[in-house]
Design a protein around this ligand. Structure first.
Ligand SMILES: [Zn+2]
Length: 445
């Protein structure tokens, strides 16, 4: 069977056949798939040999995955060999070759710990079918052009390519100016990229240097901040900015036609480790990934759940948003000497609640800001007037008062952001070891 027919098969399966109408049916489907998956994994993965029950599997993290890379994967690929292979592909910007028939990729670890992922052809094809079922606006046989802005191309993405669906990769390391002509020429119906890149494209459109009108804009790789989402809707004249929440560990969530972000519970099982009433850290089991099994993998992200049923009728749990990395929480010393943990959202609000919000918005660089905590100190990167800085500072002081912590030193700098990097509006730069100790203290891990 040709690759395209196999993708079509998965597309039809996920779009029309697998349609769990209720939460109960969805749970049943998950239980069946997990059981089947465990049967495979316990026979083929060295490290999981003999583990016959799901509850016997330990909760793991990135460190575990990388340390036990070889015993874990079922393709017999060593970590060093995979790493060498992936680094060479990135360096040569050639992502076609495979290692022992397996696609190898690097994940852009923001915390410095680099991850490697392995994907077989079958998994790649399934992924392509799934993603097309989720996002293709028309039918699969309609013509469609996709413009894809990414750090690295991969066999994974090229699988989507067909006679009708043309897929164009744009390297985000290259200057945007160099992309404009080709982008206008292909005039994509679907535009995919990280929010910071989409904003850059939108700005080119606003300033009349680029004429495109995508019907669908999909945000990937970075947290899509509410304020950036609003701005993107305005720039592209769309009601919904779609989101793909995907990492090395799986394709975890995507937006539905109503614009709600749903967990992809038809391909992953997600346990929740609650941080407060609505916020949780996901523990992921991908019951379709056989080459590099992802079982009870604790991600570093903080997700916020959304109560109530979505109009689209999906039984998959809805998310209010992806708040950011758990590592990006800010830590302050409380007035009682104990540590206060502040979620990224509260830091964001300090900027947004400052009355200067409208003024920031009305500028060309609309809303560009970053707040970084390093060695306890806070640095705000934004182009602000003195009056605006005062307002932002006052918001932080208000937060300090509410949460009873001592205001740390605060510095204001002009906005800057290193191209090609993942952009984070709120970022914790450590020192991480101290943060880890604090984590242990608080969560007893
Ligand atoms: Zn929905």
């Amino acid at each position: 069977m040709s690759e395209h027919i196999r993708i079509l098969k998965y597309y039809l399966f996920y779009k029309y056949f697998l349609n769990p109408g209720s939460r109960k049916m969805l749970k049943k489907w998950q239980a069946r798939r997990i059981k089947r998956h465990i049967r495979y994994v316990e026979r083929n993965s060295e490290i999981y040999k003999g583990k016959k029950k799901f509850k016997d599997y330990p909760v793991v993290d990135k460190k575990f995955m990388m340390e036990h890379f070889q015993e874990l994967n079922t393709a017999g690929i060593g970590r060093e060999e995979a790493e060498r292979f992936a680094v060479r592909a990135e360096r040569e910007r050639n992502f076609v070759p495979k290692l022992k028939g397996i696609t190898v990729g690097l994940s852009s670890g923001t915390s410095g710990r680099r991850g490697i992922f392995l994907v077989s052809d079958e998994e790649r094809i399934r992924w392509a079918g799934y993603i097309l079922a989720k996002f293709l606006p028309g039918k699969i046989w309609d013509k469609c052009t996709i413009g894809f802005f990414m750090r690295a191309d991969s066999n994974l993405y090229q699988a989507i390519q067909s006679r009708r669906i043309s897929f164009h990769f744009f390297d985000i390391y290259q200057d945007m100016k160099g992309h404009l002509e080709r982008l206008e020429e292909i005039c994509p119906q679907i535009l995919v990229g990280q929010p910071s890149v989409l904003l850059e494209i939108g700005k080119e459109m606003e300033e009349g240097r680029l004429k495109i009108s995508p019907q669908m804009v999909i945000s990937i790789a970075e947290v899509l901040e509410e304020q950036d989402e609003k701005r993107l809707k305005y720039l592209f004249g769309l009601n919904i900015i779609h989101q793909i929440y995907q990492c090395t560990e799986g394709f975890l969530a995507s937006t539905c036609r109503c614009g709600t972000l749903h967990l992809n519970e038809d391909i992953v099982y997600i346990e929740r480790e609650y941080l407060d009433e609505h916020r949780f850290v996901p523990v992921v089991t991908d019951f379709e990934r056989r080459t590099q099994p992802i079982i009870r993998y604790r991600l570093n992200d903080i997700l916020v759940e959304k109560k109530g049923k979505c109009r689209c009728g999906s039984p998959c749990a809805a998310l209010k948003k992806i708040e950011g990395r758990e590592d990006d929480r800010f830590f302050f010393v409380g007035k009682d000497g104990k540590i206060r943990i502040i979620f990224p959202d509260f830091i964001r609000r300090c900027i947004l609640f400052a009355e200067c919000e409208d003024e920031i918005h009305s500028r060309k660089t609309a809303g560009d800001y970053r707040v970084v905590q390093e060695n306890g100190k806070i640095t705000v990167y934004a182009d602000l007037t003195e009056k605006e800085k005062d307002k932002v500072k006052r918001e932080f002081e208000k937060l300090a008062e509410d949460r009873e912590f001592i205001m740390p030193e605060m510095i204001f700098m002009d906005y800057s952001f290193e191209k090609g990097r993942k952009m984070k509006r709120v970022e914790q730069k450590g020192p991480i070891d101290i943060m880890d100790q604090k984590n242990n203290q608080i969560f007893g891990r």
